[in-house]
Design a protein around this ligand. Structure first.
Ligand code: NAP
Length: 492
């Protein structure tokens, strides 16, 4: 960063092979926040080779689980020690508020603590095969070399969901953050070294997915690819990996319904719908971007919501007064503007937003106003596609069955919210929704101890929880006969 080498390959920090660099832009003001090394495909190949050699060497995977658990705890301690610095990096890189970045670093810490405890408590499974001479046991072993690819919206958080279980399992790895937001991951990789992660166990490259993707995925040297990002990229990586029969877990986008029944507590419903969609300017995979609301309360609810949306304080994430920051880049804002134009042309009713803020103090940043479209139809692109920005669409229903049908009418299936004071109905609806996480009378919360992942085209893997560790493990059955005798099948 800023002249220091940023690629960690085979235990050595180095610059890119061609000395290429990239300017990392602060989206709040358009200035260059840092200059980082931009890896080449050769660098990525070196990183995979280093991770392969370190895994095949066997030393890391043979470490006692207690040793790995202690290492994860040391990482957690260092994260807390450097929390303020890491949070600042996350804010200048992504634009999110400093308060959100602090929460992110606490969450990253809890992921390391969780996997430290979980891996320490793992036990082999003994299978009774009916012969006292045979010890049959099922053991878990590290899956091998992992490629970990993360997006830009929660750079360190998403990466930690991968690195923590991969380390806990005894894997070696190559981490690739988004080219747009590499800063916190670079700083964090230095912490991993300080915590005592052996050389070559964690390798770090940053650069564009297009430039590095083939080197990272089109190879027999990788055993598992964990990818979080968009549907199109997930498809590309899955196809490439299939040629090598490499296991892939893709964690993709969402188009998440937030269903509000007329009997829901109004104050908390409005507040959670607002936060659910406009937090981090809607750049959240589980953002509740589709409000599905009972017709009888819809007009008043939407009016109240629009008033609240107009009062959201937008600004530089470093300013404590800001409640939400800019979009991550000018390029991303242009995409949001296209979606808004599309919504208008498709006939949705623009209730509020739909423009850049007029405040001249925000002119240099990639800011966009919280935007609400009412009277939306399921066929509209803004209803079906993940906009990944501050855009809420409103659809109305009159029956419970209609609400469920609308909630499931998406190619995605990442997350959903349901709000009602009728708990029996609430339970019926949450079971009927085909989404990986469903909140009943809440929205957006998660814990390191519970699985996260999607149904449908939101992905095929699970992160966090016990399954988030088993993704990084192979399962081996060991049949040990302590008193061998001839099989006796062939008589000659
Ligand atoms: P993206 O464009 O798909 O990029 C994700 C990562 O993949 C980035 O590191 C990107 O690198 C890399 N990449 C791009 N092309 C690649 C290729 N051919 N081979 C290997 N890697 C490649 O997604 P994004 O725009 O960063 O992230 C937004 C998406 O992530 C949204 O759809 C959001 O819903 C999803 N997301 C899902 C979850 C979840 O838990 N399901 C969580 C967070 C975000 P570069 O950036 O360097 O090009």
């Amino acid at each position: 960063m800023n002249g220091e080498p940023d690629l960690l390959i085979g235990g050595t920090w180095r610059h890119a092979a061609d000395r290429g660099t990239r300017d990392v832009i602060n989206p709040a003001n358009g200035t260059v926040a840092a200059v980082v090394d931009e890896a080449t495909a050769d660098d990525a190949r070196d990183a995979v080779a280093a991770a392969r050699a370190a895994f095949d060497d066997g030393a890391w995977r043979a470490t006692a689980v207690t040793e790995r658990a202690e290492l994860l705890d040391r990482v957690a301690d260092l994260l807390q020690r450097d929390k303020d610095d890491l949070a600042r990096l996350e804010t200048v890189d992504t634009g999110k508020t400093l308060a959100e970045s602090h929460i992110d670093i606490d969450d990253v810490t809890s992921v390391f603590r969780y996997y430290s405890r979980l891996v320490g408590a793992e036990a082999d499974r003994i299978v009774d095969v009916g012969d006292p001479a045979v010890i049959s046991r099922v053991v878990r072993e590290p899956i091998g070399v992992c490629v970990l690819i993360a997006p830009w919206n929660y750079p360190l958080l998403q990466m930690s969901w991968k690195i923590a279980p991969a380390l806990a399992a005894g894997c070696t790895m190559v981490a690739k953050p988004s080219e747009v937001t590499p800063l916190s991951t670079i700083a964090f990789t230095h912490l991993l070294e300080e915590a005592g992660v052996p050389p070559s166990v964690v390798n770090l490259v940053q650069g564009s997915g297009a430039a590095l993707g083939t080197a990272l995925t089109d190879t027999d040297d990788v055993d598992f690819i964990s990818f979080t990002g968009g549907l199109g990229t997930g498809r590309t990586i899955s196809k490439v990996a299939a040629e090598h029969v490499t296991k892939v877990a893709v964690e993709l986008g969402g188009k998440n319904p937030h269903i509000v029944f007329a009997d829901a507590d109004a104050d908390s419903a409005i507040d959670h719908v607002l936060t659910g969609v406009f937090l981090h300017s809607g750049q959240v995979c589980s953002a509740g971007t589709r409000l599905i609301i009972e017709e009888s309360i819809a007009d008043d609810f939407v009016a109240e919501l629009a008033g609240r949306a107009e009062r959201i304080r937008i600004g530089d994430g470093m300013d404590p007064a800001s409640e939400t920051g800019p979009l991550v880049s000018e390029q991303h804002r242009a995409k949001i503007e296209e979606y808004v134009a599309q919504g208008v042309s498709e006939g949705a009713k623009l209730v509020t937003g739909g423009a850049r803020p007029s405040d001249p103090a925000l002119a240099a940043g990639s800011f966009y106003l919280p935007t609400i479209f009412d009277r939306c139809q399921r066929s509209m692109r803004i209803v079906q596609e993940e906009t990944f920005g501050p855009i809420l669409t409103v659809e109305r229903f009159t029956t419970e069955a209609e609400a469920i049908a609308l909630g499931n009418d998406t190619q995605y299936g990442l997350a959903a919210g349901v709000r009602t004071s009728d708990s029996a109905r609430g339970e019926r609806v949450v079971r009927a929704l085909r989404h990986g996480t469903v909140w009943l009378n809440d929205f957006g919360y998660y814990t390191a101890a519970a699985e996260w992942g999607g149904f449908g085209k939101s992905g095929n893997g699970r992160e966090l929880g016990p399954t988030g560790l088993t993704e990084y493990q192979e399962i081996k059955h060991i049949w040990h006969n302590t008193a061998p005798t001839p099989a006796g099948w062939f008589k000659g």
